[in-house]
Design a protein around this ligand. Structure first.
Ligand code: ADE
Length: 225
């Protein structure tokens, strides 16, 4: 999978792709990411990328020309399966969307800033709008990073034990069961004995029952769905 990220702040990503699973996915050549500074596509001598809104609202709007120039150049190099704009006005991101996106080959992520982008960017280039939740961040950079992390870990071969993504919370519409490691006894708090029983069937049943119980308690809305 290849992801192009269009942003005004490429430096925000220093570190994010250089650690943990995202780093490993890049090393295994299962994932590549390029960062594109939208400012590099401004033809203005001050590298201006925003302007006042028509109609006189407060705040600035991202201009269409630099974004269009960047997307059009990239589209000459590759076809995109999705051109996604990160915005609080988009569809709320969830595990099902992550699963679907993890099967794509090429994705372009556009990070917004200021008051918004010129509406014509949406009309001309965007295939999907995604929000990471009902709150407003200062830009789309962190949401784009979250999308990358959630998607890339699902690409087959990225995680060592492929089944571990399948046992994640949300994959079966349930939260995960609790997990434990040594020591068996920490200040009198012990590990449930069933996990030491060696009885695979009983352990699987226990995990399912715990997952159901945790979902019922923390996220009853998931069971209703
Ligand atoms: N940009 C600002 N807030 C956002 C959000 N909640 N989701 C996606 N992009 C955003």
């Amino acid at each position: 999978m290849h992801i192009d990220i269009l942003t005004l702040f490429p430096q925000m990503y220093e570190g994010i792709f250089a650690h943990s699973i995202l780093k490993r996915a890049r090393e295994k050549q299962l994932f590549s990411v390029y960062l594109h500074d939208i400012r590099d596509y401004s033809t203005d001598k001050h590298r201006k990328v925003d302007d006042y809104p028509y109609g006189g609202e407060p705040g600035m709007v991202m201009k269409i020309e630099p974004i269009a120039a960047c997307i059009e150049k990239l589209k000459q190099e590759r076809d995109y399966d999705e051109v996604i704009f990160l915005t609080p006005e988009g569809d709320t991101f969830n595990q099902t969307m992550a699963n679907t996106l993890s099967m794509k080959n090429t994705i372009l992520l556009l990070c917004g800033h200021y008051k918004g982008i010129d509406e014509r960017v949406r009309e001309l280039f965007i295939t999907k709008e995604i929000s990471i939740g009902n709150y407003v961040l200062s830009g789309g950079e962190l949401p784009a990073a979250i999308l990358c992390d959630a998607i890339v870990r699902l690409i087959p071969g990225v995680l060592n034990d492929e089944t571990s993504a399948l046992s994640d919370s949300f994959q079966y519409g349930l939260l995960s069961a609790p997990v434990y490691t040594r020591p068996y006894d920490f200040r009198g708090h012990t590990v449930p004995d069933i996990l030491l029983s060696g009885n695979e069937k009983a352990i699987t049943e226990w995990k399912l029952q715990q997952a159901m119980e945790r979902t019922r308690k923390n996220r009853p809305d998931m069971l209703e769905e």
